[in-house]
Design a protein around this ligand. Structure first.
Ligand SMILES: [Zn+2]
Length: 257
């Protein structure tokens, strides 16, 4: 059994902290050091390792200061200089009582990986997916193609429906408001937006989300739905002949909205 808590950093980022037995903590994507070091001290936990999803500065800039303070293994893609234990698609990563499977999810960046741990008796499956998948959206395509990003997202959607999804930014409300433009008739989406507005106001976060909820409300995972395809064709003023074309058009629209 391990606890997962959010450490808000920078403007919209979350560093996720997992604390297992023996008060050993692991963190994901430290874009900033101070909030992490303070939380470790507050919780009286010992940092045991760091997981990185991709090379962007807002996920890695805290590494130098944290490692100077506590030298621990850094797991992640080999593109990140501070990574001591490089990981690739399909690798297993055993961290005390939790075993993650590493999934390559290129698109936002080419080096992007995600970490999935299946259910245990007392814990739902968990996914740490950085900027590959967001609550109600997905990361911008800085390096990969729409084909790659769509393929990566499809891999994630094949995870168990009850998977708890821990992404790296609090972008949920903006994403869901955009999603409402894409699917104005989606009742589950309208309900989710109202609920997440409440949730953010009362708890300070909308995360984690779940895969089942993303499948019902995240337009980037719904490119084969007739409602999404027809809306995108209306937006583009032409026929979109493949799921990839719908996805690419959706991503372009979000980029400028
Ligand atoms: Zn990023």
């Amino acid at each position: 059994m391990f606890e997962i808590e959010a450490i808000p950093t920078l403007e919209t980022n979350y560093v996720w902290m997992l604390t297992g037995s023996g008060q050993r903590a692991y963190i994901v994507d430290p874009g900033e050091a101070q909030p992490v070091l303070e939380r470790l001290q507050q919780n009286q936990t010992e940092l045991a390792g760091i997981l990185i999803t991709h090379h962007h500065w807002d996920h890695t800039d805290g590494l130098g200061e944290i490692l100077a303070h506590t030298p621990v293994p850094v797991y992640g893609p080999s593109s990140v200089p501070e990574v001591s234990n490089p990981l690739e698609d399909g690798d297993s990563l055993v961290l005390d009582e939790i075993t993650f499977t590493v999934m390559a999810v290129p698109g936002h960046t080419l080096d992007h990986i995600a970490y999935f741990a299946p259910a245990k008796t007392t814990q739902a499956p968990v996914l740490f997916c950085g900027d590959a998948l967001f609550a109600g959206g997905c990361g911008r395509l800085f390096e990969g193609t729409p084909e790659q990003a769509l393929h990566s997202l499809k891999k994630l959607t094949r995870l168990p429906a009850e998977t708890q999804v821990y992404c790296a930014h609090e972008y949920t409300l903006a994403n869901l408001r955009f999603a409402r433009q894409v699917e104005p008739g989606n009742a589950a989406l309208a309900q989710r937006l109202a609920r997440d507005e409440q949730r953010l106001a009362s708890t300070g976060t909308t995360l984690p989300t779940t895969m089942v909820e993303e499948l019902a409300t995240n337009p980037f995972l719904r490119c084969t739905q007739a409602s999404v395809k027809s809306q995108m064709e209306a937006h583009c003023g032409g026929t979109l002949t493949s799921e990839t074309e719908v996805f690419a058009a959706l991503r372009r629209w979000k980029d400028v909205s």
